[in-house]
Design a binder for this molecule. Structure first.
Ligand code: NDP
Ligand code: HSE
Length: 427
């Protein structure tokens, strides 16, 4: 049996998960893959931190302990951020090591540079763990669906946000309390702003889109909205209307170009993504031959993420990764992709109009919507309080830019007494 020495950089949440799985299931991996994965050296910032884990590895703070060891061909890179983490990854590539990383920010923001360097060095960068934790979505898109043109990807890709939304809706927790618990459970990024403002989801969407459409996806071209502005009223309204709010990443390949967005979205309760709760992620793919494919599983946390890391380690250590990945466009040879601006999005919408409770207002709103070309699917007037009425509208799919203009005209035209809340609704 071939023994493969592995270096690990970053002994934190996910690094700890890797150590746990190797401690528990190295024999299983030997049996299944014919590889004896040997965690030889760990480089971490603070080796003295209590970790409650046993390992036979040498633990060091100096990266040279891995770089200068010719016995180590594969390095697991589990450090977050895009500064020091990038330097560490680049140093590994320059030393001729294959790298397995879970760092989606690095891949999304610096993928072009990193893949080019890796190709130049004749090594691979594997990143299954970077998107949707334990769900093998990258392998599914890259390999399982290789004979398909991908039509759309929609997904819940951030465990922290999904955990917060679940706790707020199902258990009435406050936002801060739910975020603190997600941090405690190891789901959140070191800077949780990246989770809640949608950036982390955008990183993952950009990576998936890059694989699906073989194009360069600059993050600046994505529409990104997070969950911070959601209120208990939004969550309760969605529930009343038979939907649940999810932070949804959507990529749709339309004849005019690629639509890409991350935004809180009302998902009808009968759609499978509505049932994806807590730290779970879910991805619905629509492709030319396989049709609809749904993947769900745990999207964050030590063990689910380490599961994906070790799948990559096996792929790289066995040579499978190098044998296939070099042929794919997402590695280096990217095609130009037309990205559509936000106004051109085609989406159904939810709007909550707060109006004075007087005759004719409902009719005036309906007329304004009709004049603006918005086709109403449902309209509902909730209980009136303090001379105010709340009118909730669900539209059929429409051009987002036009709908926003219509709503702005309604607000500025004096029909409403508070700014109208608009959210996307899943088709
Ligand atoms: P943690 O903060 O728990 O762990 C990061 C580790 O990196 C820490 O142990 C830290 O060391 C170490 N580190 C920091 N700087 C250095 C350095 N200069 N040299 C060596 N080690 C260093 O993060 P996670 O494990 O949660 O995340 C790691 C990566 O995985 C991130 O990119 C994250 O986005 C990604 N990821 C995380 C998931 C999760 O559920 N947590 C899921 C999917 C991806 P020390 O502890 O010794 O100070
Ligand atoms: N912070 C990320 C999340 C980790 O909550 O989904 C998994 O990528």
């Amino acid at each position: 049996m071939r023994r493969v020495a592995i270096g690990l950089i970053g002994w934190g949440t996910v690094g700890g998960g890797v150590v746990d799985i190797l401690n528990r299931d190295a024999a299983l991996l030997r049996e299944r893959c014919g590889l004896d994965l040997w965690l030889k050296t760990i480089v971490t910032r603070d080796p003295s931190r209590t970790r409650d884990q046993r390992t036979g590895a040498t633990v060091a703070t100096d990266l040279r302990a891995i770089l200068d060891d010719p016995e180590i061909p594969v390095v697991i890179h589990l450090v977050g951020g895009t500064t020091v983490a990038k330097d560490l990854l680049v140093a590994c590539l320059k030393a001729g090591k294959h790298v397995v990383t879970a760092n989606k920010a690095l891949i999304a923001e610096h993928g072009d540079e990193l893949f080019t360097l890796a190709a130049h060095q004749g090594v691979g960068i594997a990143f299954e763990a970077a998107v949707a934790g334990g769900i093998p979505v990258i392998a599914a898109l890259r390999d399982g669906l290789v004979a398909n043109r991908i039509e759309s990807i929609s997904g819940i890709l951030n465990g922290t946000c999904n955990f917060i939304l679940t706790k707020m809706e199902a258990e009435g927790w406050g936002y801060d309390e739910a975020l603190a618990e997600a941090q405690k459970l190891g789901y959140a990024e070191t800077d949780p702003t990246l989770d809640v403002d949608g950036t982390d989801t955008a990183h993952k969407l950009a990576i998936l889109a890059r694989i699906a459409w073989g194009g360069r996806i600059p993050l600046s071209s994505l529409t990104i909205e997070g969950i911070q502005s959601l209120t208990a009223t939004d969550i309760a309204s969605a529930k009343t209307l038979g939907a649940r709010i999810k932070l949804l990443a959507v990529a749709r390949n339309r004849p005019e170009g690629l639509e890409l967005r991350v935004a809180p979205t009302l998902v009808p309760l009968d759609h499978p993504l509505a049932s994806v709760m807590k730290n779970a992620n879910g991805i619905a793919l629509q492709s030319s031959a396989a049709g609809p494919t749904l993947l769900t599983g745990l999207g964050a946390g030590a063990l689910p993420t380490a599961s994906a890391v070790l799948a990559d380690v096996v792929d790289v250590a066995s040579g499978r990764y190098q044998a296939t990945v070099g042929h794919y466009g997402f590695f280096t040879g990217l095609q130009p992709v037309t990205l559509l601006p936000e106004a051109e999005e085609n989406t159904a919408c939810y709007a909550r109009f707060t109006v004075a409770d007087r005759p004719g207002v409902l009719a005036a709103i309906a007329t304004a919507l009709s004049n603006g070309g918005a086709s109403v699917q449902t309209i509902y007037q909730a209980t009136t309080t303090h001379d105010r009425a709340v009118i909730e509208v669900m539209t059929h799919p429409l051009r987002l830019g036009s709908f926003r203009q219509t709503v702005a005209a309604i607000d500025t035209g004096g029909l409403t007494v508070a700014p109208t809340r608009v959210l996307r609704k899943w088709l």
